[in-house]
Design a protein around this ligand. Structure first.
Ligand code: URP
Ligand code: ZN
Ligand code: ZN
Length: 471
């Protein structure tokens, strides 16, 4: 059914203005003043902002990791994402060395297809580069529309790839039109520091942070950036946490290298002291890279403002405190890394960023949606409010004050790392391709309604404006 959203203030990465939006056949059909259509349902957005749906470029839903499987799957994870104002997720498809890439992709399709309530896509992990992988990559791009490859520089003996693999992936990405993403930490140095800590009997959660200092992230980020310059390729550094890594990215960008970076809400508002909470509670705050000392937070905010970092991902990878995080009670290396973030990503950036004057409203939309769509080959189908784009829309109340709590969140894990944090603003209603997924803060979507998105090659537009108007 057609809809007209009335009386709201539309905010895109470029503009802020009052207008009505007509939605028809899943798309934005018209934007204008005083729109009327007797066949349309009228949605009153008085007092609210209208944002393009958030895009989360970094999720790990139902992912086997650390001897267990992340708790939120494509059902609970995407429902929570929608409550939080996100209408597209790009999840990391893991691969196994020596096995066909397509097998892994098929597994990821199987776990998402009947569950996702919003649109979704995949990045593909590259763990090794050899003739067989080289042969398979063109069809990953052509047939699956997967145009971003992820290389882990850490997690030795699990996901870690060597520098040769990273460099050859960068070369292939350049040739094929894909973007290389890196988890940038020096896994070999971390392994050595971890062994020394364990030998000294240092087993508490805080040693997770102390054995992965900012220098190992800065070094790996700089190395990946230099290899990108050498390959004349393109790089996206995920979950940047610290000054050392921001400096490495800024230096590469000054040299004209195509290096971009993402940070996550946890690194903007939580710090290393959380890992020292008593009764093993510090395990709730174990991420890789780890939370940093507080002074790094302002560096990250500044980098989002100046553009050395461009995007915000959640790195959603949730585990229960009881039964999953406590696998590491006697040994911090056994604590599954990650946390439940997907629902609070957009609100935290609005509250801590826009409301506190660190970024503008339009920068907020860019960082949580538009820039991500452009970077990952989804623009202008996603990431903006314009005629012809998918009607992925968030009606957002900017004035409501609330406290984040596990009691009111929709993620499956048994805690929320932002418990007790006061935020201003909340999505009221969220539409995915013109249908309500969230209406007046209630979930009204349907399992399996989300479409798998094939993405454009790096740097290409999803479709020409002409094609969009014809649809
Ligand atoms: N970040 C984290 O601690 N867990 C998820 C896996 C990853 O992104 O490295
Ligand atoms: Zn990572
Ligand atoms: Zn991650």
């Amino acid at each position: 059914m057609k809809k007209i959203i009335k009386n709201g203030t539309i905010v895109t990465a470029a503009d802020t203005y009052k207008a009505d939006i007509l939605i028809e056949n899943e798309k934005i059909a018209l934007i204008g003043q005083d729109l009327t259509d007797p066949a349309a349902e009228v949605v009153d957005a008085e007092g609210n902002y209208i944002f393009p749906g958030g895009i989360d470029p970094h999720t790990h839903l139902e992912m086997p990791f650390g001897g267990t499987v992340s708790k939120d799957d494509f059902e609970t994870g995407t429902i929570a994402a929608a409550h939080g104002g996100t209408t597209t997720v790009i999840d990391f498809c893991l691969t196994d060395k020596g096995k066909l890439l397509q097998n892994s992709i098929d597994q990821w399709h199987a776990k998402s297809k009947d569950k996702s309530v919003i649109d979704y896509s995949f990045h593909l992990m590259i763990g090794e580069m050899n003739d067989s992988v080289l042969e398979q990559l063109p069809s990953v791009i052509e047939d699956e529309g997967i145009t971003s490859f992820k290389v882990f520089m850490a997690y030795k003996n699990v996901f870690q790839a060597d520098d040769g693999t990273l460099f050859r992936t960068l070369e292939q990405a350049k040739k094929l039109g894909a973007l290389v993403m890196v988890h940038a930490e020096n896994g070999d140095v971390i392994e050595h520091l971890v062994n020394k800590a364990l030998e000294a009997g240092q087993t508490d959660p805080i040693y997770h942070a102390l054995t992965r200092p900012p220098e190992v992230e800065g070094e790996a980020t700089g190395r990946a950036a230099e290899l990108t310059g050498l390959a004349d390729s393109q790089l996206y550094v995920v979950h940047v946490t610290c000054e050392e890594a921001v400096e490495a990215i800024a230096k590469a960008r000054k040299k004209g290298y195509n290096v971009t970076g993402e940070t996550c809400p946890q690194y903007l508002v939580l710090d290393q002291s959380y890992l020292e909470k008593p009764d093993f509670e510090g395990a709730k705050y174990v991420w890789s890279p780890p939370l940093r000392e507080k002074h790094h937070q302002e560096v990250l905010w500044k980098a989002l403002k100046t553009g050395d970092l461009q995007t915000l991902g959640s790195d959603q990878c949730s585990f229960d405190f009881k039964g999953q995080k406590d696998l590491g009670k006697e040994d911090f290396t056994k604590i599954p890394n990650g946390g439940p973030i997907i629902e609070d990503r957009v609100s935290i950036l609005f509250s801590e960023g826009v409301k506190k004057g660190r970024i503008s409203l339009n920068e907020f939309v860019d960082i949580t949606s538009t820039k991500i769509a452009k970077t990952f080959g989804l623009f202008p189908q996603k990431g903006t409010i314009s005629v012809g784009a998918d009607a992925d829309i968030v009606i957002f109340d900017p004035s409501v004050e609330r406290t984040i709590s596990v009691e009111t969140s929709h993620m499956a894990a048994d805690y929320n790392p932002f418990e007790g944090m006061k935020v201003t603003g909340q999505p009221v209603s969220v539409l995915s391709r013109g249908d309500f997924v969230i209406k007046n803060k209630e979930f009204v979507g349907k399992l399996g309604k989300g479409n798998y998105l094939k993405r454009s090659r790096y740097g290409e537009l999803t479709s020409s404006k002409e094609e969009l108007y014809q649809k």
